[in-house]
Ligand binder design. Structure first.
Ligand code: ATP
Length: 220
């Protein structure tokens, strides 16, 4: 028996958060009919280079960006946790807090999904949450999946589900959603700030103000 609407979980370095992230979150909220979406800035990400600025600043910028949007929540558990942050541990905590009957939806892009088999205890993720994969229109996961390792292909074939599954079960489905993406990247924003170029209209003004007030990315 499922209780309440699904809870979305959106992890990222958010270094800094920008309108690409926020539009993706907004589309996911709407298409997956989520009750709430938790932005979880990563602590020490296992899969990429260390973020440019301190976790404290990255979290604060997420807070600035989502202020006033009641369904968007900032969840700082990964930046507060010492050591490496693994999604599987975050999901275990959330599952313990929200109960076995709540639908949890882990949001990610198609590129991230194609690397899922490299994540810590990746097969345990399916017992804890649904995986919701946002793909650019024109980029079909189905076309890329034949080149993925057979273990990932098997999970994909067995678990592919319709969006309605997110409200009907607590975990275990893989749901694809077509989401237009804005051509904005955090890397580009950092480089622009370092070069003294404008970042206006790429991210919320409150975040831009925060970046300048705290002299972030000036020497990237
Ligand atoms: P960087 O440029 O530093 O690599 P990033 O924005 O790609 O940053 P994250 O902050 O970790 O990296 O992104 C979090 C999630 O948001 C990832 O799943 C990523 O695919 C997605 N994302 C990033 N930029 C966009 C965008 N413009 N449109 C939609 N999704 C995005």
């Amino acid at each position: 028996m499922i209780s309440g609407k699904p809870v979305g979980i959106f992890g990222g370095t958010f270094d800094p958060i920008h309108y690409g992230h926020l539009r993706l979150a907004e589309e996911m909220l709407e298409l997956a009919e989520l009750d709430q979406l938790r932005f979880i800035p990563t602590g020490t990400p296992p899969h990429r280079d260390a973020p440019e600025v301190a976790a404290l600043h990255r979290s604060a910028m997420v807070g600035c960006a989502i202020a006033g949007r009641a369904e968007f929540l900032l969840d700082t558990r990964e930046v507060e946790r010492p050591g490496r942050s693994y999604t599987v541990n975050t999901l275990r905590e959330l599952r313990a807090e929200l109960g076995a009957e709540r639908s949890l939806c882990l949001l990610m892009g198609a590129d991230a999904f194609l690397q899922l088999h490299t994540w810590h205890e990746w097969q345990s993720l399916f017992g804890l949450a649904h995986i919701v994969v946002g793909y650019r229109p024109g980029f079909r996961l189905e076309e890329r999946i034949p080149t993925a390792p057979p273990v990932l292909q098997n999970e994909y074939r067995q678990r592919t589900a319709n969006v309605t599954a997110l409200a009907q079960s607590a975990a275990g489905g893989i749901v694809e959603l077509a989401i237009p993406q804005l051509e904005i990247s955090a890397t580009d924003i950092r480089q622009r700030v370092a070069a003294g170029r404008s970042i206006r209209y790429l991210l919320p003004e409150t975040v831009t103000d925060y970046i300048y007030q705290h002299h972030l990315y000036a020497s990237c």
